[in-house]
Design a protein around this ligand. Structure first.
Ligand SMILES: [Zn+2]
Length: 170
């Protein structure tokens, strides 16, 4: 099976993300947890909108999406998505971890706190924004040959379920 990045599709998706995610500076605190790692993350991203986040900063923080508050996650995700789409056919950790950030694990069924965190996180997304996330996951699936297909399928089902819950609550 050949995997290659559809340049037109990825350009279109980037344009869409730029249009539908407003440039916004999330309120403090950007994190839920008080530890050195989280404070460092907050210091690096504080006062910035997603358009002001450099590729360097994203690469340094490729695995930190789960440490952000729900609001900060939503505010910064466009930067991660766009960087991820641009580097999908390279070996860049931002791509891999950004896709994983939208694939819930089994913990959502076992831990209510974890589940609530997901539901709240997804409630920040408009339908249009959420659809761009699904488009992004499609692109990852079509492009990244290293991605575990089963995990992706299960993750997507979990994501759609949590999205429905987030809409029931709002
Ligand atoms: Zn922490």
């Amino acid at each position: 099976m050949e995997f290659s990045l559809d340049q037109n599709l990825s350009r279109k998706l980037i344009g869409q993300i730029e249009d539908i995610f407003p440039e916004r500076i999330p309120s403090l605190p950007l994190i839920h947890h008080d530890c050195e790692e989280c404070f460092e993350l907050q210091n690096a991203f504080a006062g910035k909108s997603w358009k002001e986040i450099s590729s360097e900063l994203l690469k340094e923080n490729f695995s930190k999406l789960s440490l952000f508050s729900e609001e900060a996650f939503h505010a910064f995700i466009p930067a991660y998505l766009i960087h991820s789409i641009k580097s999908l056919d390279g070996d860049d950790f931002v791509s891999e971890f950004t896709a994983y950030a939208f694939l819930p694990d089994e913990l959502v069924d076992e831990d209510e706190g974890h589940r609530n965190w997901w539901v709240l996180k997804l409630s920040f997304f408009t339908d249009e924004q959420f659809n761009s996330i699904l488009g992004y996951l499609d692109l990852v699936e079509a492009t990244d040959e290293y991605f575990d297909r089963d995990l992706m399928k299960r993750g997507r089902q979990g994501l759609l379920k949590l999205r429905e819950e987030s809409k029931d609550q709002s």
